[in-house]
Every structure is written in C-alpha cells, then in structure tokens.
Design a protein around this ligand. Structure first.
Ligand SMILES: [Zn+2]
Length: 411
C-alpha cells in the first residue's frame, strides 16, 4: 500500500465526467445514455415543516443547516422544531450571499470543527445558497439536502454548482459525481415568493423540451456530462412543456394571491423536477447559449432573471430551427404569463443596440452547447434569427397588448 493521500477540501481532484462517460474512456468506445436525478424528490404545501422526518430517510442525526439571515427569520424556528421532534441535532451556518470557492471553504472549515461531526448538509434558500451547500457537502463527504424557497429555475435537482468570484463575477461550473440525496420543495413557500420568480422558472422550464428534442434528434447531441439523453428524460421534458401550457396561467393567478392550488403544484413540479431532469439528462442548445450570451450585457445581467433571458433565447432557438409556428405558440404563452416575447421587453432596441446584439451572438456561438444544433451556427445566422424572432414576438404582444408582462413587472 502506498502512503495515504492527504486530502484537503481545496486540493480535491475535480470531477471529470469525460474520464467516466466519454467514448475515449469507454472500453468499447460508446457514449452511454445517462439519467441524472435526485435520489428522492419531495414536494408539497408545508413540507419544510416536516424536514426532520425526511432527514430520517438518510439516517441523519446531526444536520448542518445552511441558510441566510433572512431565511432563518422566516423558517428557522419551523425547521428547528421539526428536527427536535425527530431527535436530530443541528448546527446552523449563516450563508453570506455569494457562492464562491472562498465561501465554500469557509463553511467547510467551520463545519469540520463540529462535534460530533455533521452527517448531512441542508441548504435552504435561493440558487446561490443551494449551490454552496452542494460544494460544502462534497468536501465533507456527506449527503446534501436541497430546499429551494422559490421555483425560479431548474437548478435544485442538478449535480452541479455555478461558482462566482467573491465580487460576484461568474467563475465557472463545478460538476459533482452525484445529484442531491433529497430535494424538498415547499409549495407554500414558493407561492409566497414574488410572482416574477415562478414566472421566470416557466421560461427556463419551457425551453427544456425544445432543447431536449434538439439534442435527442441530433445523433451528435450531448447532455451536460457529455452523455446521450435517455428516452425517459426527453419524455419528462415534453410533459414539462405540456404542464406549463395547461397550468401556467392558472398558477400565475394563484401565486399573485400567494395561494397554492393544483396548478401551482403542477407548475412547481414542472419548473423544478421535470425541467431539472429534462435539462441535465437531455442537454441544452441554442436557447441557453443565447441566455448565457445575454448576460454579457451588464444591465441585463443585473436586472433580468435567468428564465427571462432563456425565454428570449427560446424564441430565437425556434426561429433558427425554422419552427416559426412553435415560436408563435411559445411567444403567446410567454405573453400570457408575463415573460418577454421580444427584445423590447428586455429594454433592447434592435436598431439602437445592434452592436450589443452582435456581441451577444458572438458570445453565444462560443459556448459548446451550440454544437447540439444539427447545423453550423454563426454569429450572423444567430443575429438574423434573433431579429426575426423579435418581429414575430412584437406581432404577438400587439395582440396581447403587453398586459400580462406589464402586470408582472410593474412597468
Ligand atoms: Zn436554465
């Protein structure tokens, strides 16, 4: 036996999916079809109040609770009481607000001192808090439990974290070998968040089906880990879009009054579980490349949510693929729930901002997932599709009169 390798959190070898799943790594040169999902997904009105019961499923007796100061005020007591009822000790850690390696290391070191050691990390909050929890749990080699407080993106179920520098600049993505042990979504809490969050989540989730289809139909299409989509994940993505068409508008009406009804339950599941499995296991394409490209404009990055940028991305994606009928259907849905269907609703004017849009398109085609499209995409072809989608969107919102969008955004 060689000397035991001394492992510190920061020196950990990063997970490389290519070493496991690529054709080069495989003994028979195949790329496998892989489904990524949490071990268990629990959703319902008030479920966070039973978190102790659910932690019992993974045998936790000492949980680290990662939460913001505001979150602690709102949910801290409810969580503590449930843990107490189940005989689980807790160590509370306040999340600073940025998901950086520095913050992950700070919390990891803090929790290494806990006695007895913590045997789970429970992250309760928005995307950055959840992503930090994933990183900490990996470094402590304990299961992570993800409890989102909004339904604004499809990130909760994923096995990856978006990492930022301490000053807020995007640094990159950290991939994990496995997905969360538990994802617990309290629909009452999601329904109490501002309506814009669940609406934005619908933009992110609607793109999942159209991007999954692109990756699945292209024999060279690959998901995030470089794997091929499973039929199951593509079917889930398709059902995700159907669920949004059927229940999106009714869910918005309920969340405006902070109410949970059947439509809210269905849309929260679509935004979180279906879109989560759908995107991570099937892959993303032009819609997400454009959304990422739009973040190069500082004012958009600051003022608009991920799903709103994906909505604009999806309109362009469909026009790029020559599917204008579908772009029309998607745009009408976006207008009905309060998502942008044209560039003007993102404070962009195609004539005034032409140079900016060129920059967006250049950034978008640099991203590897643009290669999931079955044809070559250039900055010029992307810009052409974006402008065409803009005109199409203008036609749709003319008939809707921007009513829903204005109502959600208050502008
Ligand atoms: Zn997304």
């Amino acid at each position: 036996m060689g000397k035991a390798k001394k492992e510190t959190g920061s020196k950990r070898e990063p997970f490389s999916p290519a070493k496991v799943f690529s054709a080069e790594a495989s003994s028979n040169k195949i790329i496998p079809n892989v489904l990524n999902s949490p071990q268990k997904y629990i959703q319902g009105d008030g479920v966070l109040g039973d978190i102790g019961l659910y932690l019992g499923l993974i045998g936790s007796t000492h949980a680290a609770i990662l939460i913001t100061g505001g979150g602690e005020k709102r949910f801290g007591q409810m969580v503590s009481q449930s843990l107490k009822r189940s005989g689980i000790d807790e160590t509370l850690v306040t999340f600073s607000g940025e998901c950086s390696f520095e913050e992950i290391e700070r919390i990891t070191e803090l929790l290494r001192k806990a006695k007895p050691p913590v045997d789970s990390v429970v992250a309760i909050g928005g995307g950055k808090c959840l992503d930090t929890g994933r990183g900490v749990a990996l470094r402590l080699s304990v299961p992570v439990v993800i409890c989102p407080t909004t339904a604004s993106t499809d990130a909760p179920c994923a096995g990856l974290s978006a990492i930022y520098f301490p000053d807020g600049k995007f640094r990159g993505v950290e991939l994990y070998p496995l997905n969360p042990s538990l994802v617990i979504v309290d629909t009452r809490i999601a329904a109490q968040a501002p309506v814009r969050f669940i609406v934005s989540g619908m933009g992110d989730a609607m793109a999942t089906w159209y991007e999954a289809r692109t990756c699945f139909q292209n024999p060279n299409g690959k998901a995030i880990l470089g794997t091929r989509p499973t039929i199951a994940s593509v079917a889930i993505a398709e059902l995700c879009a159907k669920t949004l068409y059927d229940h999106g508008f009714k869910a918005v009406e309920a969340v405006r009054d902070s109410r949970v009804n059947e439509s809210v339950e269905h849309v929260v599941e679509a935004n979180t579980l279906m879109s989560g499995i759908g995107f991570e296991s099937s892959g993303v394409a032009a819609a997400h490349c454009i959304a990422q490209g739009l973040t190069v404009i500082p004012s958009l990055h600051k003022n608009y949510l991920h799903g709103e940028m994906v909505a604009i991305g999806l309109m362009t994606h469909l026009v790029l693929e020559g599917k204008e009928d579908e772009a029309h259907k998607v745009g009408a849905f976006f207008s009905s729930v309060g998502l942008p269907a044209h560039l003007g609703q993102m404070s962009l004017d195609p004539e005034r901002d032409e140079e900016t849009l060129r920059k967006v398109c250049r950034a978008a085609v640099e991203l590897p997932f643009i290669q999931n499209e079955p044809f070559d995409v250039t900055p010029d072809s992307l810009l052409e599709a974006m402008l065409k989608a803009h005109k199409l969107g203008l036609g749709i919102t003319d008939s809707f009169g921007d009513v829903a969008y204005v109502a959600v955004h208050g502008i």
